[in-house]
Design a protein around this ligand. Sequence first.
Ligand SMILES: Nc1ncnc2c1ncn2[C@@H]1O[C@H](COP(=O)(O)OP(=O)(O)OP(=O)(O)O)[C@@H](O)[C@H]1O
Ligand SMILES: [Mg+2]
Length: 588
Amino acid sequence: LNKEDVIGKLATAIYNTSEPPYFEIYKEVAVTGKSTTFETYYEPINKFFIISVFSPQKGQFATVFKDITEIKLAAKKIEESEEKFSLFMKNLPLVVVIRDINGRYIYLNDEWERVMELKKEDWLGKTPYDVFPKEDAEKLLQGDREAIEKGVTEPSEFTLKHKSGIKWWMANRFVLYDENKIPAYVATVYIDITERKKAEEEREKLKDQLIQAQKLESVGRLAGGVAHDYNNMLEVILGNAQLALMQIDSREDVKNYLEEITKAAKRSANITKQLLTFARKQISEPQIVNINTIIESMLKMLRRLIGEDIDLQWILNENIWNVYIDPVQVNQIIANLCVNARDAIQSNGIITIKTKNVTLDEEYCKDIPDCLPGEYVMLSVSDNGIGIDKEIIGKIFEPFFTTKEVGKGTGLGLATVYGIVKQHHGFINVYSEKGKGSTFNIYLPRHRGLKEAEKSVTGDSWVYGNGETILVVEDEPSLLKMVQVMLERLNYTVLSAQSPAEAINTIKSKGQSIQLMITDFIMPIMDGLQLAQEVAKLSPHIKFLFMSGYTDRILFESNSSNKETNFLHKPFSISELAKKIHDILENK
Ligand SMILES: Nc1ncnc2c1ncn2[C@@H]1O[C@H](COP(=O)(O)OP(=O)(O)OP(=O)(O)O)[C@@H](O)[C@H]1O
Ligand SMILES: [Mg+2]
């Protein structure tokens, strides 16, 4: 409006209404002479005012307007933002704590109440010393001091015991400064990282298990390779000693030496056998077995093994399921576990052998390495001996890991057990408590199938031949020589070949007269099985016997259509060789 348009006119004319705004108030001031001030919002121009009214003379009034629109709008904005902020804090899924620089709690958000299951009112105004043990309070305030010094601290992780269990938290501290840039408060935001920590732990555990499995795998390969060559040499030592023994009845002293050699070689052969088992390179002859029957047949031997001071108990589940395994390997498992149990018991104690049928579900298998859900026969051996330290429990299955004195343990016992169990797709679970004892639970998958006929027991006397001709193929000359001598002793005619090529030449020239070919299973260039296939083409009547200490059954089975093919494990004795040849030639 222009002043000129207004001065001298009636308000009613200017506002074009019989009641101009605030006129009632103005009138009152003019009449009474009492000044007043009020705040108002004038809609037609969308403005806020503070209006002061006073009376300069009776019957007159004057007004002073102050436009406060801007201030008003700013305040409204603050109000709105405060409402948003408080909504944000109310719903923030993080715990927020603010303390002043004296350590007093001045703010706690709603999540804090939810997590701590406490009331804010009970803490506000207090310091950590009032609500925590002294040490914890000291730590908290130390964190605050660090924040005040640096402005913000590195996130720190810690655990807290809650009603629902242990939780992991990450704390982030930062300083709230006042308008003079002086630290006034320390705010801490706590993030619940329990899930993440659990996942991390899980990953770590899996990584450890993988490393462990890889380590065992590579040691296994190494052991398998060494044991192969070593076994060949043992065969030579054993065989030659046996041959020499047969010819020197008169010389008592030499005989003793030879017997010592035989004994030592046999013990060594046992070690290589264990190594090969661990490396899963030993051929096993699995059959359907009842674990209980095997245990019962072992009891007498086990008694002797563990001695008189230790009580042996057994609880065998009556209707135990069958498993498909070489009984010799069951023997190895039980004997190894019992010997370990015996060694763990210092004087008197109890060893308990148990069998049980168990069905495992996913939930159960979750935390156990190698465990797959399914039906298992559980074989458990427990003792109340010294127990196993937590630090070494992860190592006990490693080959050559032993805590026993030099000469007492080779550290192959559990490695062997592990190898056997792995080979059969089973798994092992160990429980142990220092000073209280240990329990080894072996789980072998249930075999669902028909019962096999019982195997006949092999006798120990020699069965001689009738001059039949046998071709021996072996790339290791000393072994070849020895088998040849053994066969001659057994009254066979022997032809020898150092390579498959030489063998094929011999077959070509003398094939008709040869009844049996004995060949090493693993040879360079052409393996025993391939050689046999070639020979079968040339002379279909020839029978085969494979010698091996190295192949694993899987390798063999995947190559062979005829699973009944004959095998002789190195090292073998003359009587085993004699029996095997006899059986093959007699077509048993
Ligand atoms: N029942 C048990 N109680 C306490 N410790 C055991 C038990 N079984 C095994 N251990 C620990 O595990 C180690 C490895 O056992 P493992 O059978 O592989 O080797 P070893 O018994 O030392 O030697 P080996 O069996 O070759 O004669 C043992 O040296 C021992 O420390
Ligand atoms: Mg042992």
